[in-house]
Design a binder for this molecule. Structure first.
Ligand SMILES: Cc1ncc(COP(=O)(O)O)c(C=O)c1O
Length: 381
């Protein structure tokens, strides 16, 4: 199917009508084990649902097609996917370079968990290729990229960082959660593996937690598949099914997320109480050129700083009515949060701490005038 367009792949890759019944969507194979035709006589390779499940395979094949990779792997959460990747490719004594504004949970995984198992890390400003090069060590095994980053929406040049990683003998892993494969395909820019919290844009409806890895090569895919089974943090059949249902509309949702976000940015830019707007689509964003080169649109996430410091930012967040005060992002409904006290609280006091006056928006699919009116009133308190 690889010669088809993105929308076609979202609807059909891995989703042939069920051979038994013709069901046009993959059924939920809510099953743990499979009858064998004599010892070792597996039907279509299915043996036990941790090792493989048809509903999960449908999602995995679809994600692999959308990210232009060889194989996809679906997990119980984005962090489970990250953990599996790291334990598949790193060993004690290895070193990893991570973004200096990584997602808080990713930072915690490195700082509080992986470090206890002997994996060292350094944070670097990924928008500055030279400082990433300087952070590389002879034992660097992975260069970990988020772009756009969460919550400051910094942009990293994936192709340039692939060169840095490969020159140092490391893998380039790109967390593509914020952009989704509809806006950006890191494997086509030289990355070795893509990471997703499918909880966000891929699932898209705030109703399931999930994660995914997509490998660029069969060699890496084999390692990831081995560890997915050996570690066991797989996506369950229902979670895989509902995530795949979300994937089908990813292209049309992303188009509207991007259009609504652009209108929100316009309002924020001219608002007297907003001191800074973070959005890669702005011509004065420091890496706007890179974003324009590697993304087809600029995404649905917007962050901004509010005049009056942390308390003022908290008040804005508390005053929003249509924007729901909640963690997470990428769902059809708009969300607002205070990163310093919510998603990024675990980075407090570290080099990854975020400004106290920062507000983050996940701009959803509501009527744009309603969203703008809500922001106006939240900022007027
Ligand atoms: C960029 C990014 N990566 C990874 C994760 C972790 O994913 P999950 O919450 O599905 O474990 C998140 C969660 O917010 C995220 O925003």
């Amino acid at each position: 199917m690889t010669d088809h367009g993105f929308e076609t792949l979202a609807l059909h890759a891995g989703q042939e009508p069920d051979p038994l019944t013709g069901s046009v969507v993959p059924p939920i194979y809510q099953v743990s084990t499979y009858a064998q035709d004599g010892v070792g006589g597996l039907r279509n390779g299915y043996e036990y649902s941790r090792s493989g499940n048809p509903t999960r395979h449908a999602l995995e094949q679809c994600l692999a097609a959308l990210e232009a990779g060889t194989d996809g792997f679906a997990f119980a959460s984005g962090l489970a996917a990250e953990d599996t990747l790291l334990r598949a490719v790193c060993a004690p004594g290895d070193h990893v370079v991570i973004p200096d504004d990584a997602y808080g949970g990713t930072y915690r995984l490195f700082a509080a968990v992986m470090s206890r198992w002997g994996v060292e890390w350094t944070s670097a400003r990924l928008s500055d290729v030279e400082s990433v090069r300087a952070a590389m060590r002879p034992n660097t095994r992975v260069l970990w990229v988020e772009t756009p980053t969460n919550p400051l929406l910094n942009i990293a040049d994936i192709a340039a960082l692939a060169d840095v990683a490969h020159a140092g003998g490391a893998l380039l892993a790109v967390d593509n959660t914020f952009a989704s494969p509809y806006l950006q395909q890191p494997l086509t820019l030289g990355a070795d593996v893509v990471v997703h919290s499918t909880t966000k844009y891929i699932g898209g409806h705030s109703d399931v937690i999930g994660g995914a890895l997509v490998a660029a090569t069969p060699e890496l895919a084999e390692k990831l598949g081995y560890h997915q089974n050996a570690m066991g943090a797989v996506a369950g059949p229902f979670d895989a099914w509902i995530t795949l249902r979300g994937v089908k509309t990813l292209p049309v949702r992303m188009d509207r997320h991007c259009a609504n976000a652009a209108a929100v940015v316009e309002l924020l830019q001219r608002h007297r109480r907003v001191t800074q707007v973070f959005y890669p689509g702005l011509p004065d964003h420091p890496n706007h050129d890179v974003a324009a080169r590697q993304m087809s649109q600029f995404g649905g996430m917007v962050s901004f700083r509010v005049e009056g410091g942390e308390e003022a930012a908290v008040e804005v967040v508390n005053s929003a009515r249509l924007f729901t005060l909640a963690e997470s992002l990428g769902g059809v409904e708009s969300l607002i949060e205070h990163p310093g006290r919510m998603t990024h609280a675990s980075a407090a006091g570290s080099p990854l701490e975020v400004p106290g006056d920062l507000v983050r928006l996940s701009v959803g699919l509501e009527t744009i005038d309603d969203l703008l009116a809500d922001l106006e009133q939240a900022l007027s308190h």
